[in-house]
Write a protein that binds this ligand. Structure first.
Ligand code: DCP
Ligand code: MG
Length: 616
């Protein structure tokens, strides 16, 4: 029977990536001791520089002192901070090469990707009959854990590989090893293609899950690849420190090491599932129990784009932020950077972030205090992002602040259909003449100013509040258009549902308390419109589960994940309208006067009447 551990998972990690990108641009740097620094701190170190004792996070001048021959490249700057655009683009080039051969690729970082090549291996095994002897040459850069020694020594590698192949490859009972050896041939080919097409070397780990592939990848670098079989895991785990394992570098690993006495991975074997569950949540406990035994079922989720987009900056030494003015300035820069990248991402990948995570470090009594807070991501506007982040940091941090990161996460897809704002723009164009007549060049904008969705309603509150707003959108509650309704906040949809239920029962729904009883509210229109609006509620009734909802940063309402994007567009439209209302001054007044007649009032307050029927 198939099990998740029958998979063949590969991690590809580019070697000293930023250095390779820089030396591809400036070929005279190739093969030289080289570092790439950002803000005077070394972030990438070529293997030549590593051999001379240079390490990451040294200050540039210390790297130079340690190794006078080292070349230092400062990475580009934008928004007062380092700009990784060119490194990201180089990472994408590599992904495009991998994509030609493997459909299941998960981008894990700027220079790492997981591949599930189980099917490629099956196909290769079916199509080619190979003996162990045939594999030695194609596996010229392959190490096997437990056979090749810990160093990069070539004779140990080739002798170990040969021994392993002879022991396992022709043994029909060792299916995993046979498949891993075949996988290694494919990975050698992939790495060759990356080198040929992008001029970058990389290293790879080949195993049966992500944790083991990642661990294997780090064992032999650069320009090497390592096979880790399940059989070798116990021996390897007897010497691998807990915090070197994927997902254990942070708090969980620290707790295991400091509170549960686990130094190396095999120490985890002494902890029962119950013991782990006393310290960790159930899911983590189960995962840890499995990982201790080399089991990790996390799938490779096909994704070529990153899960989060962040703008961050360290403020080392004298650069530390010491006052609110400095904080405001830097938060503004980071928000500007984040907004630009999010807009680009929206365009490239048709998705929108729903969560903004503000992370900051400050110094307190010579210790660094780290804090992070997540909140809803509203519209992609730098002012709004900056305002939210400033508020969070100002409430939580003390001076001096030494690190700030603004990260956007939890992306939801944006549907291919025109968004609310786009619709709004087109409708504005179409209707401008009709709405304001001969006002000249700015018709489209003035048309937009007719919408009065965002204005506060006096005297509304408590239970009646939503319904009052609902009435603003649908002056005739018996004639709600579900295609408009589904673009509205869940709370309003719920309110409409309550109204519908009350009406269908012929009873006195909540809506009556609003003081805004519609004509025929109790029962009118059930026969006429009931079907479509009821269908809509039937379709959306599964959305009662709050876990699939996201709190909107603009209005605070809980919105279904898949509706979030349209909801944001709704606010974009709303904000645009507010801004234009302000700008238009007199002409808005005129429009409002016009709309003060009963007929006009209905027209102005109804989004439906402004847009016409969305279905059209
Ligand atoms: N990087 C960074 N900040 C860090 C760590 C890394 O900006 N704290 C950048 C520089 C690296 C790139 O990300 O070149 C990839 O990170 P890796 O950890 O994969 O390191 P390298 O690719 O440089 O080296 P290796 O060959 O060990 O993978
Ligand atoms: Mg790397």
């Amino acid at each position: 029977m198939w099990s998740p551990e029958d998979r063949i998972i590969v991690l590809i990690d580019m070697d000293c990536f930023f250095c390779q990108v820089e030396s591809r641009d400036q070929p005279h740097l190739k093969g030289q001791p080289l570092v790439v620094s950002q803000n005077n701190v070394v972030l990438a170190v070529s293997y030549e520089a590593r051999a001379l004792g240079v390490t990451r996070f040294l200050r540039s001048e210390d790297a130079k002192e340690k190794c006078p021959s080292v070349a230092i490249v400062n990475s580009p700057i934008s928004h007062g901070k380092s700009d990784n655009t060119k490194y990201r683009a180089a990472g994408q080039e590599v992904l495009q090469v991998l994509r030609q051969r493997c459909p299941t690729i998960e981008r894990a970082s700027i220079d790492e990707a997981y591949l599930d090549i189980t099917n490629l291996v099956e196909e290769r095994l079916e199509s080619t009959a190979t003996s162990s002897r045939d594999l030695e040459a194609p596996l010229a850069n392959t190490f096997v854990v437990g056979y090749s020694g810990a160093s990069n020594d070539e004779s140990a590698r080739s002798e170990g590989l040969q021994r392993w192949l002879e022991e396992v490859f022709d043994d029909p009972s060792d299916d995993q090893s046979r498949r891993l050896a075949t996988a290694a041939v494919i990975v050698e080919e992939l790495r060759g293609e990356i080198l040929q097409k992008c001029s970058f070397t990389c290293s790879a780990g080949i195993s049966c899950n992500k944790v083991l592939a990642k661990l294997a990848c780090g064992l032999h670098k650069p320009n090497k690849q390592t096979i880790l079989t399940s059989a070798e895991v116990p021996e390897l785990f007897s010497s691998i420190p807990v915090n070197r394992v994927r997902n254990l570098g942070g708090k969980i690993g620290k707790t295991l090491m400091e509170n549960l006495g686990c130094r190396v991975m095999s120490d985890l074997l002494g902890l029962s599932l119950e013991q782990l569950a006393r310290t960790f949540d159930e899911r983590t406990a189960k995962w840890l129990f499995g990982v201790a035994r080399g089991v990790d079922q996390e799938p490779v989720t096909p994704r070529l784009i990153c899960k989060s987009i962040a703008a961050s900056k360290n403020f080392f030494g004298r650069a530390a932020i010491v006052d609110l003015e400095g904080l405001r300035g830097w938060v503004g820069e980071l928000a500007g950077d984040l907004e630009e990248r999010l807009q680009q991402d929206l365009e490239d990948n048709r998705r929108r972030a729903t969560t903004l995570t503000v992370c900051y470090h400050y110094l307190k009594e010579e210790r660094t205090v780290s804090q992070a807070k997540s909140c809803a991501m509203g519209a992609y506007r730098r002012e709004r992002i900056a305002e939210t982040a400033f508020g969070v940091i100002n409430r939580g941090a003390q001076m001096p602040i030494v690190f700030i990161s603004l990260g956007a996460t939890r992306f939801v897809g944006v549907q291919k259909t025109a968004g609310f704002a786009e619709y709004f723009r087109r409708e504005g164009e179409r209707k401008s003449g009709e709405m304001i007549g001969g006002e000249g060049g700015g018709e489209r904008i003035e048309g937009i100013s007719e919408i009065s969705l965002g204005e506060e309603e006096e005297g509304s509150g408590g239970d009646g509040e939503s319904l009052v707003k609902l009435k603003e959108i649908f002056p005739d509650l018996d004639d709600m258009d579900h295609s408009v309704l589904e673009l509205l906040p869940i709370e309003l949809q719920d309110e409409a549902k309550v109204f519908m239920e009350g009406r269908n029962k012929g009873g006195e729904g909540k809506s009556r308390g609003s003081g805004g009883k519609s004509p025929g509210m109790k029962n009118a229109g059930v026969g006429k419109r009931g079907n479509s609006i009821q269908d809509f509620f039937v379709k959306s009734s599964g959305s009662g589960d709050d876990s699939s909802k996201i709190r909107c940063g603009e209005c605070g309402l809980m919105i279904q994940g898949e509706k979030y994007s349209e909801h944001c567009d709704f606010h974009v439209a709303q904000n645009l309208q507010k801004r234009i209302n302000r700008d238009l001054g007199d002409s808005v007044k005129r429009i409002k006067e016009k709309s003060s007649s009963p007929e006009g009032s209905k027209k102005t307050r109804s989004i439906d009447s402004y847009f016409g029927k969305l279905k059209n």
